[in-house]
Each structure stands twice: as C-alpha cells, then as structure tokens.
Design a protein around this ligand. Structure first.
Ligand code: AHR
Length: 636
C-alpha cells in the first residue's frame, strides 16, 4: 500500500480565494452557443448559409418531394441584410408544395414552438406546416408580413424529423426568419432549459463571451436589436455562418438565469476603440445615453452593469485576427482602455497576456507600456496538444502532471508582474482559458470526449489556483458547453462531463480561504508529451487546503493521480485539538477513462460518506485516479 503524509496548518492563511477561479467561458463556436446554450433547432433560419448541393437553398433546407415540377423555391434579398424564402406554386392542383428542414430530433409529447413571418402574393389559399406527425393548416397570409406563432405537439419520436412548410393554391408564399424551439426552451427566453439546470448546479461565478478567436471579428451591432432582423454573417475566425440570435442581451439574460456575472471580450482585430466604448455604453450607460438608449429600446431600461471586459484575445498568436507585436498591443490597450473607461470608469480591464514559456517577452513589454491601466493580465493554457492519441498511458501521465507545470507558469507570470510593476500593483492574473485539448488539428477536435483523467487534471488546476489565490483571481474553463466541454448536449438531452463533476465537487465543498499544507509521499516522473515538458518528482497526492472565514470548517481537496494504486494518507492538523466528524466526497469512476454519456451520465460521479474519527490525525484511503474533498469541523 502506498502512503502519504499531509500536514495542514489551518492558522497559516495564504489568502482569500476569489470565487471567480471557478469561472467559465462560452464562445460563438461550434455547438457551444448555437446548438448548445441557445434553443434554436433550425439551421440557416434566415436563409443564409452554405449551399452544398447547389439547389439555391442553404443547407439543410430542401424542396419537399424532390423535383416537384409545380414548385419554384428560391431565396431572395429583402434589403437591410435580410433574406426570405419564396415558394412559388405554379398550379393549384390541391396538393401542398413546399420545402423541408430535415435532421431534427423530436420527442412524442413534447410541444414545439414555431415562429415565422409570412406573406403571400397571387392566389395562395392555404399554408401547411408539419413536424413529427403533427400538421397545422392555416388560411394564407395577406400581402403584408404577418407574424405567426404555431404550436406543434410531436406525435412520435424521431431523430430525423423534418419541419415542412408548404402552400396550396397558385402564387407565392414568402417566409421570413422561421424559428423552431421546444416550447420549454422558448419559455426561458430561448435558452435550453436542460442546460440552464445543469449550469446552475455548478454555481458559475463568471462567464466570458463571445470568444476567444470569435471575439476579434465580432461586431457588437450584429447581435443587438430585434432578433429576426439581425444579419447572419460569415465568421472568418472559424469559417462559419453566425446567425447572431444570441447577442449581448441574450448573453446577459442567460448569465442572469444561471446566476453568473457576465464578462465580455471586445474586438481588437477588426473593430476600433470607439466600437468597444460604444459596447460598454450599451451595457452600462444610462438609458439617456445614446447606446444606453438603444439598450432601453431593446427592452432593458436598466444598465447591465458589466464589470469585466477584456481587450482582445490571444493577440500574440499568428492565428488571431488582429495579431500584432507586444509593443503595438500595449499602445492599443491604452487607447481602448481610455475610451472604454470614458464610457464607464468602474469597469475592470483584462489585457492580453501570454504563456511565459511560449512567448517569453510578451508580458514584460505589455506590462511596461500598459501595466498601469490594466486590472488583470490574461493567460491561456491548453494541454497537452498531442497529435498521437493512441497512447493512453502516456497521455494519462502527462495530463495528470500538467497542473504542476501550469502552476509554475502562472507563478512566473505573477513574478513578471511584480518585477515590472512592483509587488503591490494590484494587477492580477485572469487565467481565462484553460483545459485539456488533445489535438487542435484532428477532425472534430473541438468536441473533446472527456474522461475521469481530465477531471483529475481540472481538480489539480483548482488546487493550484487555490494556492495561487493572491495572484490569480479569475479563471475560466474553456469551454462550458459542447466545445471542449464541461457539459455535453444531444439534440434532446444534456449531461455533465467528468470535468463538470470536478467543478461540482470543488464549488460545493471547497471553502473561501486557502491555508498552507505540506505533503510527503510517493512521486512520479512525467516524460515530455505534446506541449507539456518533462516533469520530475510529481507528487501522486496533490492537496488544496481551505478553511471557512471563521476557521470553523476545513476542506481538504486531494487528488490521487496514481492510475492504478490506492494511497493511504495520514492527515495531521497541528494546533487543532479534536475533530468530531468528517464528510467525504469522492469523484471517481471505474477506470481513469470512464466518461459519462447520455445513457449513463453517472459513470463518473461524486460519492459521499461520513467518517467517525477521534483525535486530530486522520487516516483516509484515496482510490486510484480519484479526487476527494474531506470536510471537517475542528474543535479547540
Ligand atoms: O477555446 C477555443 C479557442 O482556443 C479560443 O477561441 C481561443 O482563444 C483559443 O486559442
């Protein structure tokens, strides 16, 4: 049996942990927002998108009934960056002619809400819409746009249902901005209700948006105003069409519904300081200001009061739109900061910082020029970025050890801040993108399937962040839903990945003040792998020790990184007279590669038990590849 010894000095306080270290990040990328957080079921609902089969309709819209000779279907510009669908019925043969949007998942008994604008020309008599066995027939709209709301209760289950929109008569039916959502999602304001429930359960303190790389091409005006009138634009960062249904107002409303503070990253890649300042005014200005007035007109008279703003994203990277040298970025940051603070002096600004090993001079240069104007310097880190994903043991070791390397890098950034700005500058680190990302270049690389192994990595990062609490006061897992995900969704369900459960364990059990701990025990060496360097003497048992403000409770978070061996830990609490009872919460699964799924969401789960003890030396067995939080109430 392997053994380790842990000493916790509850009176030696490292500092207060900012709850924002358990923060998140959502990006308009892949299925994170569209297809994850936002409940829209239709693609290309504004009839802009890729047309792979060159039939004149954006995918996945198709003419129903193949080459229906009685139907012409086309998409046409309406001006003001709006498009609509025109269905021309050539003959009144009593049949309905139209288009379908396939590939939808519907469930019997669930009601779906269809919204659309329609008008007709000529002698269209009826409009028929259908979904999942339900059919609704309506008298044709008139010559002016009408807004229709139709409920479609599905009569059967299908993973490949089609929404059909068709008309009878002879003439043209024009359809604009259809939107299909489960009625329950429509009722939340358009957000997936199942995702909201899962997110709430991990109490997200802060959520960053809209990117990431997406942010540096995002024009904030595209995402405000009446939703159906917002343009679908091509996103050059990820080569995708963005419908802009989820914009600033939706982001803020969604944050409110999950109880998180919104954090916005402004565009320095294709927008200027005036645009960033206008965004701040839109969010935080009074209704009497120009942009605050636009917010009020959009239904939000009271300011959103958004506190956290970052100025660009990963500007040091050749992949980033707006990539510039550090000195140029430093000057740009000053320009943005001045304009944004003129709109609201209370905002806190996060400057683009860089990994100190990959970009050794960036932070010093940016701090030299702009350190006095920033509140945070950001750092991002994804590990291990390997191409070869068929070496599970090497991957396990590298991922388990990576938090040690991350802690060193963050300490190096903190040291640079102190060197350049002095020890009490007040500039903190926002570690605002971090995660396991195996290979950024393989197919579907964004939708990592996380395993228990990756949850142990997250737990190790949390322990490091607790120890680093004087310097790192915000951290954001990249990302929350579907993309490098804490939460995965199918079209009809949502469940937490192992990383989600690590968040649950820590946010529920860890306490607000970090205290010193010391551990001795077996160690391992990790060979260099991907972007993770060789590491020697990595402890198998990693500890984060926290206490409540009054010292009346202690929580010890311990990760057993050993892949196969249980480890017995002896925990000493010098200065504590007695411990009455101990609550134990352990995150574990059958193997280090256990992963939840829609069918078995609890393959990785938190198991709870109580321990009866007397005295102040505790013995606890940590299962292999597990994370445990012991919560105890010392006396004396
Ligand atoms: O999280 C995915 C991407 O990774 C982000 O858009 C970017 O900032 C980082 O490189």
């Amino acid at each position: 049996m392997l053994r380790a010894n842990i000493q916790v000095d509850v009176s030696n306080r490292i500092g207060r942990i900012d709850p924002n270290i358990y923060g998140h990040f959502i990006e308009q990328l892949g299925r994170c927002v569209n297809g994850g957080i936002w409940g829209e079921m239709l693609q290309a609902r504004k009839f802009v998108g890729f047309d792979d089969d060159h039939d004149g309709l954006p995918d996945p819209w198709r003419r129903s009934g193949g080459r229906d000779p009685q139907l012409l279907a086309s998409v046409e510009d309406q001006g003001d960056r709006r498009r609509c669908l025109r269905l021309r019925c050539l003959a009144d043969d009593g049949r309905a002619h139209g288009v379908g949007h396939g590939g939808l998942a519907v469930r019997r008994g669930v009601t779906y809400s269809l919204l659309l604008d329609a008008r007709s020309q000529g002698d269209v008599r009826e409009v028929e819409v259908g979904l999942g066995g339900e059919r609704v027939v309506r008298e044709a709209p008139g010559g002016e746009w009408e807004h229709w709301e139709i409920e479609l209760p599905a009569r059967w289950d299908s993973d490949d249902a089609a929404l059909a929109i068709a008309c009878r008569g002879r003439g043209d039916l024009l359809v604009r901005a259809p939107s299909l959502m489960a009625a329950a999602d429509r009722a939340t304001g358009g957000f997936r209700a199942d995702v909201i429930e899962l997110v709430r359960a991990i109490s997200p303190p802060v959520v960053r948006w809209p990117g990431g790389c997406f942010a540096d091409a995002y024009r904030r005006r595209d995402g405000i105003g009446p939703r159906d009138g917002r343009p679908t634009v091509f996103d050059p960062a990820w080569d995708a069409w963005e419908p802009n249904d989820f914009g600033t107002d939706e982001f803020v409303m969604w944050c409110r519904s999950v109880g998180a503070e919104p954090y916005i990253c402004v565009n320095t890649g294709s927008a200027d300081a005036a645009e960033a300042a206008a965004w701040v005014e839109y969010c935080n200005g009074p209704a009497e200001s120009e942009c605050g007035g636009a917010r009020a007109a959009n239904g939000h008279p009271g300011p959103f009061g958004i506190r956290y703003w970052s100025v660009g994203n990963e500007t040091y990277g050749g992949w980033e739109i707006g990539n510039i040298p550090a000195d140029e970025y430093g000057r740009l940051f000053l320009e943005f900061a001045e304009a944004m603070r003129a709109a609201d002096p209370k905002i806190e600004l996060i400057a683009v910082g860089a990994d100190p090993v990959d970009h050794p001079d960036w932070n010093r240069t940016v701090l030299d020029i702009a350190g006095g104007a920033m509140d945070y310097l950001s750092v991002h880190r994804y590990v291990p970025h390997v191409r070869d994903d068929d070496e599970p043991e090497r991957q396990y070791v590298a991922i388990a050890a990576a938090p040690v390397d991350i802690e060193r890098r963050l300490r190096a950034v903190a040291a640079t801040i102190d060197e350049v700005l002095g020890p009490n500058s007040g500039v903190k680190i926002a570690f605002d993108e971090w995660n396991v990302w195996l290979d950024a270049n393989r197919d579907n690389a964004l939708e990592e399937r996380y395993e228990l192994r990756d949850a142990l990595f997250a737990a190790g990062v949390f322990n490091a962040l607790q120890r680093l609490c004087p310097d790192v006061t915000m951290a954001n897992l990249a990302q929350l839903v579907n993309v490098l995900p804490a939460i995965t969704t199918s079209r009809t369900g949502a469940w937490g990945t192992p990383i989600y459960h690590a968040f649950k364990l820590y946010t529920e059990a860890c306490l607000p003040v970090a205290v010193a701990s010391h551990s001795e025990g077996p160690t391992f060496d990790a060979a260099a792998f991907g972007n993770t360097p060789a590491l020697e003497g990595v402890p198998f048992v990693d500890v984060g020790a926290t206490v409540s403000d009054d010292g009346g409770r202690v929580a010890l978070a311990m990760v057993n990184r050993h892949r196969t061996e249980e480890i017995e830990v002896e925990i000493e609490l010098p200065g504590v007279a007695d411990v009455a009872s101990v609550e134990v919460a352990t995150l574990s699964g059958e193997s280090e590669s256990a992963a939840g799924s829609e069918q078995a969401p609890d393959a990785v789960a938190i198991h709870r038990r109580s321990l009866s003890v007397s005295g102040t030396t505790l013995i606890c067995r940590l299962p292999p590849h597990s994370a445990t939080v012991l919560t105890l109430e010392p006396t004396g």
